[in-house]
Design a protein around this ligand. Structure first.
Ligand SMILES: [Zn+2]
Length: 113
């Protein structure tokens, strides 16, 4: 979810595994790393640069008690997640006004749907 306007809501980009998501500035579209979560250990989900190119960091969880979770196929270099990832577009008041980017991470590529 974000209030930042999408750069390209139909973008499809390669998912690129990186060692460190601490970028000095915008996060490159499709850059990702696995994160650890307390109580869930390593590979608890991924952080990723929004595929639209807006430079925001997003995340999805594979293991969580509270948040929605995704299934990961176990491939680190070319991951596939299900279901789709829907980043919602919010207005300044936090109300949903549409989709920011909606697509799938399949075989190492973020594909818009
Ligand atoms: Zn974006």
């Amino acid at each position: 979810m974000t209030t930042v306007k999408p750069v390209n809501p139909r973008a499809s980009v390669a998912a690129t595994l990186v060692d460190d998501m601490s970028f000095d500035g915008p996060v490159p579209a499709g850059a990702f790393e696995f994160f650890n979560a307390s109580g869930f250990g390593p590979d608890a989900g991924i952080l990723f640069g929004c595929p639209c190119g807006c430079g925001e960091m997003k995340s999805v969880s594979f293991k969580s008690e509270r948040r929605p979770t995704w299934q990961w196929d176990g491939n680190r270099e070319k991951p596939t997640l299900t279901p789709s990832i829907n980043i919602l577009q919010l207005d300044e008041g936090g109300r949903q006004i549409g989709e920011h980017w909606h697509g799938w991470l399949t075989n190492g590529e973020f594909r818009s749907c």
